[in-house]
Write a protein that binds this ligand. Structure first.
Ligand SMILES: *[C@@H]1O[C@H](CO)[C@@H](O)[C@H](O)[C@H]1NC(C)=O
Length: 167
């Protein structure tokens, strides 16, 4: 007997569950505002922020919450509150700023990035009655910010190298 054709139930069940999945997904989308979404960190998207040692740096966390008045966005450094990790105030959090589309911004400001900051695990956390979201962010060494234009801008000039000894 053809074994594949004798099991039509799985196919129907599979089709049905796919249909059910689509139906529930569509419904949750179509309700729109009625759905309470879990809070979510929208940016930074990747888990690293570029910073240069000795320079100032600001990392802005953008989080979305369905609870305009009952949410909190904050930063942690190695699981400590920022003011506990940096009692000298070299690194601080700015107050929350409401931005468009149920999003809130919370900036972490470094007056001057130090070497040890590159090994600290920073987290942005958003919490509200429907849950929480956490994003790990570490500092990555970037180029020093140039405050004046570079002396030489002849980028087309080939750099002399030790291999140019043939004559
Ligand atoms: C953040 O990093 C810690 C330690 O590496 C890890 O245990 C945790 O799962 C990470 N959390 C997220 C949300 O990536």
């Amino acid at each position: 007997m053809p074994s594949r054709l004798s099991q039509p139930g799985q196919g129907i069940l599979g089709t049905f569950s796919l249909f059910y999945l689509l139906l529930t997904q569509c419904c949750s989308v179509s309700h729109g505002k009625a759905v309470i979404r879990r809070p979510k960190i929208i940016s930074p998207k990747d888990n690293a922020a570029i910073a240069a040692q000795g320079s100032g740096c600001t990392i802005t966390c953008v989080a979305r919450s369905s609870w305009p008045d009952f949410h909190i966005v904050y930063w942690l450094a190695d699981n400590n509150f920022i003011e506990d990790k940096f009692p000298d105030g070299r690194v601080w959090e700015e107050p929350e700023r409401q931005s468009a589309g149920q999003t809130t911004e919370k900036s972490l400001v470094f007056s001057s990035v130090e070497e040890k900051d590159f090994s600290v695990r920073f987290c942005c956390v958003v919490q509200d009655p429907s849950g929480a979201d956490i994003r790990n962010i570490s500092l990555q060494r970037g180029p020093q910010v140039l405050t004046s234009p570079p002396e030489r801008s002849h980028q087309e000039t080939p750099q002399p190298s030790s291999s140019d000894t043939r004559t």
